[in-house]
Structure formats: structure tokens, C-alpha cells
Design a protein around this ligand. Sequence first.
Ligand SMILES: [Zn+2]
Length: 109
Amino acid sequence: MRCKFCGREMMKVVTPFRRPVKGEMMEVKDIEVYRCPGCGATFFPKETIKHIGRKTGERLLKVAKERGRIRDEKEHLRKMREKAVKDIEDAIRNGEIKKREDAPFKIFT
Ligand SMILES: [Zn+2]
């Protein structure tokens, strides 16, 4: 895989991923990314983004439940899915994207 910024060959690295989300420090261990030795750009493969999304979602759900923000987990997940579909439909209507497949994969929502 070549760096889209400087064209050098990127290297696969395994690294922990840390980022604060909604006041919680999210950590996902051992994610695989590609890093450019030239300019330092990082590329997240689709599978890695999915993995981070899944792990982060599970953790946020757990925290929300512990704090009593969610009473019904299934109902909450159903609403989140409906919102994701609606967001994509809105983006298509607004001309931001042309079709569903163009929707950027959101890591944190
Ligand atoms: Zn580069």
C-alpha cells in the first residue's frame, strides 16, 4: 500500500488505539494500521475501523448502562441503527453523498 500523500510504501504496524469519546478514554488494543515512514500519515484499513467501532460501541454501551443512562439495551441499539440509516438518507437528500455505499464509516457516533 502506498501513501496517498507522499507515495512511499506504508508499513503495517500493530498499535493500541486511544481516544477520549464522550468523556471516556477509549482504548482498543492491538489494532492494525498502515503508517508511512516518510510523512507519518496513518491509514486505517476498513477492518480495523470496524473493529474499533465495535469495541468502542460495546464499551460506551456498558458505561451508559452503568450510569443508568440506558435502561433497555435492545431498544437503544434499535434507535441507534435507525438514526444511522436516517443520517445516510439525509446526506443523500442533501447531496453530500450519492449513494449509501459512499457514506463515510463513522467510528464514533
Ligand atoms: Zn507519506
